[in-house]
Write a protein that binds this ligand. Structure first.
Ligand code: NAI
Ligand code: SOE
Length: 377
């Protein structure tokens, strides 16, 4: 019988649901030494928290997160709150010796991230950050192909994360649902929210970024704040594009915006090596596009691999070849990988330290956006 890992969840919004689904599904499909137990959820609104707990099967509700991180019946704290609470909760949870799973971006900025890494490493607690796109089978498969060396020397890496939900100048900022527009809650705009995913995947697939030059823009300069009722300056980046060098000598090109009319969550990346190129698109998440220069000349072309076979990453745990899984399964996979690492007392990637590297790139990008200079990471 699997041993319990008792989860204390903080925040019951979008990610609270995505993670809860991951915890609930994982042991049905993966054979693991530990199984998550939905022990308790903490949130400020007791009625809403109770409704969430009842729906998802959490054992009890705590009125504030401080009680949850100190509770003796909790093994792991899952941080699903807006970004400005990640550090405080993680540092406190580390003091209580809890394992910590934290949503992305790790922190509001690099210095806060460094304090978090110092705290969790001092406490020696298991830790992981939810950069879940790594766990989409086609993305993990791209990693396997790249690591096999088949691409040869890498020349280019490019990624986009495009949305369109903040175009209206009437949209308020701050508070429930709109904290992403308020720099005090989010830290930054698209850089920390969307490019952080692209940067995490890029570092994982293509290695470290050495320096960056960026362009940022805030298209709507003032918005009504939901909490104060006042019109206040908008200080997040609405759009951000940057160029970079990777340590392996390749060149990077990244773009993210919430003003690309028609795009809801278009995350794409492409990597070009001397022998092979790979590209992926979140809207067609099961497919990995591959161009292999080693194919016979008259047969060369982009092929589209449907990553659903039993020998593709994670897919032997699901249905029969050809049948699809989706976005939510990336969280199931991340829970499975965390539990496996937890049982073996090994790091679960991306660790807080891995995510700090992404944070450093984000900060360099934001600094370059202001200074209009190249910035070393
Ligand atoms: P959300 O707004 O849907 O939910 C946030 C939750 O935090 C709400 O339940 C809210 O009541 C709670 N909360 C706020 N202040 C609190 C406090 N003081 N104590 C306890 N609970 C508090 O936000 P969402 O979309 O779930 O985002 C949460 C985190 O997840 C963010 O860091 C975000 O960047 C990240 N995220 C990651 C995604 C991914 O792809 N890995 C996708 C969406 C969000
Ligand atoms: C923003 O709309 C958002 O939910 C991000 O916060 C997530 O990290 C991204 O995965 C999807 O878009």
């Amino acid at each position: 019988m699997a041993k319990p890992l008792r989860i204390g969840m903080i925040g019951y919004g979008f990610m609270g649901r995505a993670h809860s689904n991951g915890y609930k599904r994982v042991s049905d499909f993966f054979d693991l030494e530990y199984t998550p137990v939905l022990q308790a959820v903490a949130a400020r609104d007791p009625a809403k928290a109770k409704e969430f707990a009842d729906r998802w099967g959490y054992g009890r509700v705590e009125s504030d997160w401080q009680k949850l991180v100190a509770a003796p019946d909790i093994d792991a704290i899952d941080i699903c709150t807006p970004n400005n609470l990640h550090a405080e909760i993680a540092i406190e949870a580390a003091k209580h010796g809890k394992a910590i799973l934290c949503e992305k971006p790790l922190s509001m900025d690099t210095s806060e991230g460094e304090r978090m890494v110092a705290a969790i490493e001092k406490a020696g607690v298991p830790n992981m950050v939810w950069y879940n796109y790594r766990r989409i089978p086609a993305v993990t498969f791209a990693k396997q192909i790249i690591d096999s060396g088949q691409l040869g020397r890498i020349f280019h890496y490019r990624a986009n994360f495009l949305q369109d939900w903040t175009i209206s100048a009437d949209l308020p900022q701050g508070g429930a649902g709109l904290w992403r527009l308020d720099a005090k809650a989010a830290g930054s705009g698209v850089t920390g929210d969307l490019l952080a995913h692209c940067i995490d995947t890029a570092i994982w697939l293509n290695g470290s970024v050495t320096d960056v030059t960026a362009m940022t823009e805030t298209f709507v300069k003032e918005r009504q704040h939901q909490l104060t009722g006042q019109r206040e300056p908008v200080t997040i980046d609405d759009a951000c594009s940057f160029l970079c060098h990777f340590q392996n000598g390749s060149l990077g090109l990244f773009e993210s915006t919430r003003y690309a009319r028609g795009h809801k969550a278009l995350y794409t990346f492409e990597i070009n090596g001397e022998n092979m190129s790979l590209k992926w698109d979140l809207h067609d998440l099961h497919r990995l596009q591959v161009f292999d220069y080693k194919d016979a000349g008259n047969m060369r072309g982009w092929k589209s691999i449907h990553v659903t076979d039993g020998d593709h990453p994670y897919m032997d745990k699901w249905w029969v070849p050809g049948l699809a899984i989706g976005y939510e399964h990336s969280f199931v996979h991340q829970v499975a990988d965390f539990l496996e690492a937890y049982a073996k007392k090994q790091p679960a990637h991306p660790t807080f330290r891995d995510a700090l590297e992404t944070q450093r790139v984000c900060d360099a990008v934001l600094l370059s956006g202001k200074s209009h200079q190249w910035v070393n990471v």
